[in-house]
Design a protein around this ligand. Sequence first.
Ligand SMILES: [Zn+2]
Length: 487
Amino acid sequence: MAIGGIWHETNTFATGLTRYEDFEAYQLVRKDGLIERYIGTNTELGGVIRGATDFDLQPTLFAAAVPSGTIEYQSFIQLLDEMTELFQEAMPLDAVVLALHGAAVVETIDDADAYILAQVRKIVGESVPIVATFDYHANLSDDMVRSASALIGYDTYPHTDMADRGEEAIKLIRHFLAGQRNPICAHRKLPLLTSPLKQQTDQPPMREVMQKLQDLEKDPTVVFGSVAMGFPYSDVSHLGASVIVYAENQEQADTAADSIATTLWNSRQDFQQQLLSVETCVDLALNSVEFPVVIVEPADNIGGGSAGDGTAILDALLKANARQSVIVICDPEAVAVATQAGVGCECSLRIGGKTDSHHGPPVQASVTVKAISRGEYTHKGSYMTGCITSMGQTALVESQGVQIVLTSRRSMPFDAEQLRCLGIEPEEQKIIIVKAAIAWKAAFGKIAKRVLVADTPGVCAADLARLNYEKRPKPLYPLEQSATYFT
Ligand SMILES: [Zn+2]
């Protein structure tokens, strides 16, 4: 059984292309290096390795980049060629498991995940089962469904069940290899597009949808099902939410998929999130009696492909002298200046707002350099547990009591170690800013006494009407309130 994958959540609104070196900088491993890197981790491949101890595993290539702009064509083809060559070498094969995202977009290939599946299918032939995992934010397409024998999506948001889904992929491979009748698929695409803010699977409205899915999976004729909410920042024709169910026969698959799709559609009005102005957020946070207060900035969600250098909240914190607040900003230039100055020294920095004009202008500040580090930490929370993340050369600076973590690489707030590795204890902070939508809860959800969601501009704007779509399907609710859906 060969395993591999190319994983990317593509924000087609983000500035700049995602290149080969962006995969190298995040996750790019080949052959035995793949096993070494993911064994024991809470990742899809970690789960595959855990579940497949009695298989002769042929690791090929796995590449992932932090969500970012459209993937450069040449870089994608180079990665895909490397991976497919290793698949060729591994032939003959009985089975394939791929870890994909489901929202990858390449310059001239809008449905890159379907393209990957089709290329691997060409190599292994029609009879070999290909099971692929995908993210809850996948924009599933009929082409993906056709090229894979089965698609398994995460059931959690924040995403914490990656290894479980990888292990489930192995269970399904066993099902295929046992010569049982292959499960039959029903895929329902809904004219529905929601911002990630209200998609948490343990909160309404999704809690009810996921509960329904779990109940249906108890039916012995239903093999399994998934919901993909879609990634609203990929402007593609297959944009939007999907329900996918595999069952022993078409009727069962259709009935189950329709039932979940109807529940999801009927809850469409409950996905609106209240947004507050930046000034209101900072004001409420400073006047809170319980701490820490988390101010969420979804528009600059690094995990959704944004630059992570938005300055609107930093500016407001500095103006308010918000002591014991902490914000992470990606700005390699500012890191270099702070590093040059050295720990304990004061310097003047132009911080953030350098990637594009969507996230506020750079902020000028006099700072004291508190720490300089290589910016590496091991995930100890529930997300990517055991994996090492590198923020690149990192500087902690302070201005007006505001602690500013300057990173060289865009670094998602998915684990409290992101701050602890610099000596910042999250529990002791008054205000923590997170450039994220929901996934930050894996890091600070348990300690947050209050959560405020800020309305700022950006390529991950929570208000989807702020985005200039060209390719998306129409109508999509809520952009077109007139959208209808019948099963
Ligand atoms: Zn996701």
